[in-house]
Design a protein around this ligand. Structure first.
Ligand code: NAP
Length: 404
């Protein structure tokens, strides 16, 4: 139930998730080591009977929605059914809001760094990000200045490159960060749609250099269960339409800025968005003499469904080492990014053994385990001490996983 407070009356500090800020990315539920977090079609909630206040879920949350606490009488703790019905967090009852000392975490429970596979810190040379400048209560408005289909016209997937301009409104971002989009309208139960999160696909100096704009990589989702509200809204936008935006979010999945840092990027489908942002940032800085290497493993169903195929193929070979994996090319064997990584094991191992290498994995949730197992396989088969290396990568902010 969060933290127990010794006060004479039985007050507990209950852990809650702010439904107004939460972007329903499932990170907290996946991170919680004791399954205290659950969700319905509307809200993510914390079961007070199970939560032990270990805060393993707090650092990975991209928005900070997870970090909310209320002092409540134990007998009046909010049930998960209460929380499923909320549009906003309840106010703190003043009469039980005595100042109390709460442990940073329960010493008997695992802390975040023991429960997540990737880093919970940014690379040492990353620029300092701005986060949550715009919220549900005070969002930013952006104008659509471009909406281009990235996939072949005949391909079943409709993936789009959408450019949003913020005009004179400050909206500073870094590669690897994301924003939340608030789609208009309400769901069947009359509630406003919650925000959906999208990674930024453009570099910090704008989709167009020197402009206050950014781009997103959005796949149209067609599900009958109500999913796809936001992706369809975005994919249908026209030039001049105005979009409501919150964020930016994310303070760890960031790129290093030291010139000899290497990027090992592994992605599938629209998980390519942050890789495009980082690659483009490096491409624009090529003339500065940066010596770091870029190696990319990118998976899609077919060539026609791979976002940014054309631009990617025209990047100089001495700038980026690009490796594609297609899983559904007619007449060819199914290949995942892991298969191609194994084929390039010597080069991957060389990067893994270099203290300047930063690893980024983004895309389907299902790929994460396979990619981590492949990194382990490659490390072990090249006499690298994987447990020690893995721990070092995490500690030094050099292993970043963002999968949904
Ligand atoms: P997709 O087209 O469904 O899949 C891309 C490729 O990944 C396909 O070739 C697929 O193969 C393959 N794949 C499936 N399971 C795999 C596994 N276990 N290991 C390795 N490869 C696997 O992908 P998508 O629809 O674009 O989805 C991308 C994901 O990225 C979404 O879940 C999205 O939420 C997430 N994401 C998006 C953003 C963003 O900003 N847009 C940011 C972060 C993450 P088969 O289907 O043929 O098996």
């Amino acid at each position: 139930m969060g933290a127990h407070i010794e006060t004479g009356i039985d007050i507990v500090r209950q852990h809650l998730i702010d439904p107004e800020i939460c972007i329903r990315c499932n990170t907290c539920e996946e991170t919680c080591p004791i399954d205290a977090i659950t969700h319905d079609g509307v809200n993510y909630v914390v079961n007070a009977q199970v939560c032990n206040g270990c805060i393993a879920c707090v650092p990975p949350c991209p928005t900070g929605a997870i970090d909310n606490w209320r002092n409540v009488l134990r007998s009046e703790a909010y049930s998960i059914d209460d929380q499923f019905g909320w549009d906003a967090l309840p106010a703190q009852h003043e009469e039980i809001n005595a100042p109390v000392e709460v442990p940073a975490h329960n010493d008997e429970a695992p802390v975040a760094s023991d429960t997540v596979g990737g880093s919970t810190v940014a690379p040492w040379s990353a620029a300092r990000p701005y986060v949550q400048l715009y919220t549900h209560k005070a969002p930013a408005l952006a104008t659509v200045v471009g909406n281009f289909r990235l996939t072949d016209a005949a391909a079943p997937s409709d993936i789009r490159h959408i450019v949003l301009d913020f005009g004179a409104l400050p909206f500073p971002v870094l590669e690897g960060q994301s924003i939340g989009i608030l789609p208009p309208g309400t769901s069947a139960d009359g509630r406003a749609h919650h925000a959906r999160q999208y990674s930024i696909a453009s570099p910090r100096d704008g989709e167009r250099p020197g402009y206050n704009n950014l781009s997103l990589t959005v796949k149209r989702v067609q599900h009958e269960d109500g999913n796809g509200v936001c992706s369809n809204y975005l994919c249908d936008l026209k030039k001049g339409d105005v979009v409501t935006v919150i964020g930016p979010f994310g303070n760890t999945f960031l790129m290093p800025n030291h010139p000899d840092s290497h990027l090992l990027m592994i992605c599938t489908g629209t998980g390519s968005a942050p890789m495009r942002a980082m690659t483009e940032y490096r491409r624009r800085r090529r003339a500065t003499g940066e010596t770091g290497k870029l190696m990319l493993f990118f998976g899609a169903r077919t060539r026609g469904e791979l976002p940014y195929f054309g631009p990617l193929m025209s990047l100089p070979k001495d700038f980026i080492d690009t490796n594609l994996a297609f899983s559904r090319t007619p007449g060819e064997a199914k290949r995942y990014v892991q298969d191609v990584m194994r084929e390039r094991a010597d080069d991957v191992a060389q990067l893994l053994g270099d203290g300047n290498t930063h690893v980024y994995v983004c895309g389907l949730r299902g790929m994460e385990d396979g990619v981590m197992q492949t990194l382990e396989f490659i490390a072990r088969s090249h006499s690298l001490d994987w447990p020690a290396l893995w721990e070092r990568l995490r500690r030094e902010g050099r292993l970043h996983l963002e999968t949904y």
